[in-house]
Design a protein around this ligand. Sequence first.
Ligand code: SF4
Length: 340
Amino acid sequence: MFIPKRIIFEKDVFQYSIANEIRKMFETRNDIEIIYLSSNRYKQHIPGEDLYTQFREGKRTLVVDTKKSLKFQSCKPSAHYQLPLVTGCMGQCEYCYLNTNLGDKPFVRVHVNLEDILNQTQKYISEKIPEITIFEGAATSDPVPVEPYTNLLKRTIEFFGEQEYGRFRFVTKYNDVDNLLNIPHNEHTEVRFSINTPNIIQQYEKGTASFEKRIEASIKMMEAGYPIGYLIAPVFIYQNWKDEYRQLLHLMSEKLSTSVKFPITFEIISHRYTSIAKSRILEVFPESTLPMENEERMYKYGQFGYGKYVYKKEDISEIKSFFTEEIEKMQIHSEIKYII
Ligand code: SF4
């Protein structure tokens, strides 16, 4: 669970129950600074003269605000729309796309006007009937660490439980899922857990839940009847990578039930980076040992008009055949969605 160092309440948020819940939960703690804004300008309340400090202070800041624009961004290829519940994440994963996307605003923002957001969601669903419209809840955040005191996912999952033509999905590296277990989800929400080898988690995913905790949470969700998937990402090629990923899959196969209603999905994404991301990462994590040697990679133009450094063709083929074979060996009801 995310326990912030400071909480900034935007003005006018206390007309929403979630803002009051958050205040009630934290206002008596004297280790948390609470700031009530009289305008909506919060950046000046986050200390730090340089990006390095601003990033660290920002990551420990919770901003409670409302979602002003209700025009949802598209979210191809994993869903039709992003569902804006939370922005930002407490984690400090060195390779995280948010480091580039959120720039100098790395703080966690929870949008408390959930009713407006869900009303808008309903409109998008209605426009496409009889097609099913899919919404992604983790496009710009990991919404799980703030769930124990926001209940944003819980209420959203319940909303989708009642939607014949709407589906919800989100991905997480955390385990705060207990309030999601006994709710009427109607199998309309798919939860994916992002996992990696303990070695990678320890080196590059600071501030996230351990591998064991993520697996434990995924099993709880599976037992609660949710369709579940695993994102193995990013996959790195390093000394012993095959042994460590094999061990990870082996541990999972020991814990996962062989009789599940839905196939357990796997999405496998090898490590990649853009030039902008690389310079950003090195600014925020100057000691980073992330493998980002351009000459060891292949430059590939992406569908969004900018290029990325990806592993070379022969490495990608090796990753593909390795994971295909190893997942097959797990002998569970599974489906590999893609390996890239
Ligand atoms: S947990 Fe996910 S969203 Fe959060 S920092 Fe890590 S990669 Fe980024």
